[in-house]
Design a protein around this ligand. Structure first.
Ligand SMILES: Cc1cc2nc3c(=O)[nH]c(=O)nc-3n(C[C@H](O)[C@H](O)[C@H](O)COP(=O)(O)O)c2cc1C
Length: 325
């Protein structure tokens, strides 16, 4: 069945787009452990406008069929760039939808007039959404925004782009100034949900939802239609099944050390399968550090893991971890 924002089962539990992190292997692990929806890392619309056969962008967009529903996220500042990028990526990869980044606070992105700085240019934001919708032949089109950019709130921004063809909003409940830390604002999410309800547009909330209990409480408080998890999923795909369990009022499953080791190994194998051994293992190093963060006496293990160069070496190191189970 074709993906649609209205038909996907709610509440949605999604893995967040994370540049340099949420690649296909990580998305597959999240999916296996309960994530309902996967997003690509953000991809520059300009990069495809200026170079149609852009292998670097294609690498970011590529996904496995088992990841579906899978949404490609674009960022940029020029509607024509989005039009070209969405057309190329749609024809080449046939994703289930496109998401537009109106939330990124990174200086390089904001200085180029993209990401959250588009709060200041609602007419351009509207033209971007229309361009993506049209160029993708009407694919489900969604937007990811922030609680505020400077003095412009999410509520004001949504009012300013009302009527544009977006079918879902993901709200990072922190402001532009807060970057990726600090107290998220559940109140504005609740108000935004009220605003979107009569328009029939679902709301996914994101930001600081680092435990299953918190994700459930935030959904209940805001009335939102889903949660999106970024930092709490690093080395911890288990968070998705934990949230699912909490939402079903089931006991939250514990993660044994043995399971953690097996999961990290499975993740590494996917890395190697998808990216090749050299690059895959290099990319896996940071994930390994996350998988074993917080374990007692971890510094020696971590020092070894961040230097591995093959799957075999990883298997040997993991074999030396004494099981506590
Ligand atoms: C390393 C990293 C990369 C990110 N890259 C993206 C991105 O490409 N697109 C995007 O919309 N948000 C990106 N974000 C923001 C996250 O999707 C999310 O909104 C933010 O981390 C807040 O969620 P959290 O508190 O669960 O981490 C990134 C965050 C991190 C930590």
């Amino acid at each position: 069945m074709n993906f649609s924002w209205n038909q996907i089962k709610k509440p949605i539990v999604a893995l967040a787009p994370m540049s340099g992190v949420s690649d296909s292997p990580m998305r597959l692990m999240a999916k296996k452990l309960g994530s309902d929806l996967e997003f690509s890392e953000f991809i520059s619309a300009a990069s495809l406008f200026y170079k149609e056969e852009n292998e670097k962008s294609f690498k970011l967009a590529r996904f496995e069929e088992t990841e579906r529903p899978y949404i490609i996220q674009l960022f940029g500042n020029v509607p024509e760039h989005f039009e070209v990028a969405a057309k190329i990526l749609n024809e080449r990869f046939n994703p289930d939808g496109f998401d537009i980044n109106f939330g990124c606070p990174a200086r390089s992105v904001v200085n180029s007039g993209a990401g959250s700085s588009l709060f200041r240019e609602p007419e351009k934001a509207r033209a971007i959404i229309e361009a993506v919708k049209k160029a993708s032949n009407g694919k489900p089109t969604s937007i990811k925004i922030r609680a505020a950019f400077k003095n412009i709130s999410a509520l004001e921004f949504i009012e300013n782009i009302k009527g544009a063809p977006f079918e879902n909003v993901t709200l990072h409940m922190r402001t532009y100034e807060q970057l990726h830390t600090g107290e998220p604002n559940w109140e504005i999410a609740k108000q935004l949900k009220e605003k979107l309800k009569p328009l029939g547009i679902p709301l996914i909330i994101n930001g600081g939802l680092n435990t299953a209990e918190k994700a459930k409480a935030a959904l209940e408080y805001t009335g939102a239609d889903g949660v999106m998890i970024a930092q709490a999923s690093l080395g911890n795909p288990f968070i998705f099944r934990e949230i699912k369990a909490a939402l079903n009022n089931e006991p939250i499953p514990t993660v044994t050390l043995e399971e953690r080791i097996q999961t990290a190994l499975e993740h590494a194998k996917l890395m190697v399968q998808i990216k090749g051994e050299d690059y895959g293992i290099l990319e896996m190093r940071k994930h390994l550090a996350w998988y074993f963060k917080g374990m007692p006496n971890v510094s020696e293990l971590r020092a070894k893991l961040v230097k591995i160069s093959s799957l075999k070496e990883l298997e040997e190191i993991l074999r030396t971890i004494p099981f506590q189970t």
